[in-house]
Design a binder for this molecule. Structure first.
Ligand code: PAF
Length: 281
């Protein structure tokens, strides 16, 4: 695995690969890797000749009161995991390399960026869209791999790719969960053992709602109430949002059909976690 720090070198090596007729898969990350990230790498390796991963804790996507300074940084451990799983290129730019003094361009996906997580985290998706646009331009991958856990991010990035006619296929991989149902997240390390137990309520609420949908309930207001009731039974959870939406527009649905996105965000102590399902019946 080759480790690269500069944009110029990353561009040169990626262009060389594609000139030689190799397809390039790309997994952008902020590090603190877990099995969810590794599943994206495996998906990339199964589809593309070569796989590039970036590790960059992107300051643009953190609000002033968020966890930028304490976000887990575990570069050497991450590099070992990526080496073991067979990554070809690891791109680890510095903040100055990505955003040199005087950089003035931001990418905004109007409308979508202000919904759900975007409403709770103003500016977050502008930061995500900006860094992903830059990374795509540096790597120019054939396919880029993202986790369904960040469902709103997936919606925003799909729209970004299609609006800007980007020559990249966005591949979305399923949520990877711990054995007890907790969705894997780099932020799970912030949880105390007690909060980690409390956080299981997110998956429980989504599963309860899916069961009701399986039993024929399709009224979004009723299903939402069922899910929110489960969350309300856990005093350690502070709900941010619970929503049933169209996964393309992120607008609320009235009648829940297969494919509807049920997304939830809640705080456990100071840690904000997200989870979601796509309704299957
Ligand atoms: O999902 C993430 O880890 C980040 O939002 C991403 C896509 C790497 C952009 O910084």
């Amino acid at each position: 695995m080759k480790r690269i720090q500069t944009i110029a070198e990353m561009k040169a090596i990626c262009r060389q690969l594609t000139r030689r007729g190799k397809t390039l898969g790309f997994v952008p990350t902020m590090g603190a890797l877990h099995e969810g990230h590794l599943s994206l790498v495996r998906a990339s390796k199964s589809r593309c000749h070569a796989t590039a991963v970036s590790i960059f804790v992107n300051p643009l996507q953190f609000g002033p009161a968020e966890d930028l300074s304490k976000y887990p940084r575990t570069l050497e451990r991450d590099a070992g995991l990526l080496e073991d799983v067979g990554v070809d290129l690891l791109f680890v730019p510095t903040v100055d390399e990505m955003y040199p003094a005087g950089a003035k361009t931001y990418v905004q996906v109007e409308g979508l960026s202000g919904k759900l997580d975007g409403a709770s985290r103003p500016g977050h998706f502008q930061g995500v869209a900006t860094v992903v646009t830059k990374l795509f331009e540096i790597v120019r991958p054939d396919c880029a791999f993202f986790g369904q856990k960040d469902a709103v991010q997936v919606t925003v990035l799909r729209k970004l790719g299609s609006d800007l006619d980007m020559d990249v296929e966005i591949v979305v991989c399923p949520i990877v969960r711990e054995r007890d149902g907790l969705a894997m997240s780099s932020r799970n390390v912030y949880l105390t053992p007690e909060q980690r137990q409390q956080a299981l309520v997110l998956h429980r609420a989504l599963m309860r709602l899916q069961i009701s949908a399986d039993q024929g309930e399709s009224d979004a207001a009723k299903l939402s109430e069922i899910g929110q009731q489960v969350i309300a039974e856990e005093p350690g959870a502070r709900l941010d949002y619970f929503a049933i939406v169209d996964p393309e527009t992120l607008d609320p649905v009235v009648d829940v059909a297969p494919g509807a996105l049920v997304a939830v965000a809640a705080y456990f102590g100071a840690t904000r976690l997200i989870d979601n399902i796509l309704i299957t019946s």
